[in-house]
Design a protein around this ligand. Structure first.
Ligand code: MF3
Ligand code: CO
Ligand code: CO
Length: 268
């Protein structure tokens, strides 16, 4: 296993797969409201992928070593769920903060993106954590250009999260992606500048920081998928798939409904 450098055809296919993944989030957004179950949101996404997009949900039956097959089309992680929340009969209520993570396969190429949603009026903490995590993802993306190093991405994310008093989950990271769901390199969301792999044009990977309001430790539930914060504090995550270009980067997981880039107010 090694890092794949994508050619023009790969890049064209990845633009399509990634846009489609983002369009699933555009589609589901109006349904995210108090009273709906996460299982119903998953069912709607799955149906949209199959019927409208002719895409395949990558999570369904995905089975990395040591895991049972993932049972649903999407991951929906509510409040203290860090990632890999399995959609089911959980009913959303006012104030819930949730991540919907979509990975679609189109013509053999994987597009992977996630966004946060807050149901109704969120708490000040939830809004601040969701916003800071969004900023962290963007600060990481801003580092991406040929010659930069993976540690530069991790450091930019870590610095901002910690300046706000939040912690970074270390057990999960961004990843190379293309015709394989998870490939090299691992993109850590913490690190030291000037360390790690040097980026070159044609690399494609995700940046997907998971940030906790409390401590960074996690606990995996008996279903062997659902990951929660050990201290039950709130957790947030955003994810884009990004291409390293000759001059910088191109975010691939964009669509009409993609939230705008933030204006970042860095704490001093
Ligand atoms: N989409 C997730 C990621 O960003 C992976 C989900 S794996 C699953 O890498 F099996 F839980 F769906
Ligand atoms: Co990912
Ligand atoms: Co994802």
């Amino acid at each position: 296993m090694s890092i794949t450098i994508k050619n023009e055809k790969d890049i064209a296919q990845m633009r399509i797969a990634c846009r489609l993944a983002s369009e699933v989030l555009d589609y589901i957004k109006p349904f995210v409201a108090a009273g709906i179950t996460t299982g119903e949101l998953d069912r709607l996404c799955h149906q949209y992928m199959l019927d409208e997009q002719k895409t395949i949900p990558a999570p369904l039956n995905y089975q990395p070593d040591g895991y049972p097959p993932y049972p649903k089309a999407t991951c929906i992680s509510v409040n203290d769920v860090v990632c890999h929340g399995i959609p089911g009969d959980k009913v959303l209520k006012n104030g819930d903060a949730l991540n919907i993570d979509i990975t679609v396969i189109k013509d053999g190429y994987f597009g992977d993106t996630s966004r946060m949603f807050i149901v109704g009026e969120g708490s000040i903490l939830a809004k601040r954590l969701v916003q800071t995590t969004y900023e962290c993802m963007w600060l990481g993306i801003d580092q991406v250009r040929p010659g930069a190093q993976l540690g530069d991405i991790g450091y930019a994310i870590q610095r901002h999260a910690q300046a706000q008093g939040y912690s970074i989950v270390r057990e999960y990271c961004g990843h190379g992606i293309g015709q394989v769901f998870h490939e090299e390199p691992q993109v850590l969301h913490y690190g030291r500048p000037g360390t790690g792999l040097k980026l070159t044009a044609g690399m494609i990977f995700t940046i997907e920081p998971m940030i906790n309001a409390g401590r960074r430790e996690i606990r995996t539930m008996p279903d062997l998928w659902t990951v929660k914060t050990r201290d039950r504090s709130l957790s947030a995550q955003w994810e884009h798939t990004v291409l390293v270009t000759e001059t910088g980067h191109e975010i691939l997981t964009v669509s009409a409904g993609s939230p705008a880039r933030p204006t970042i107010s860095v704490a001093v």
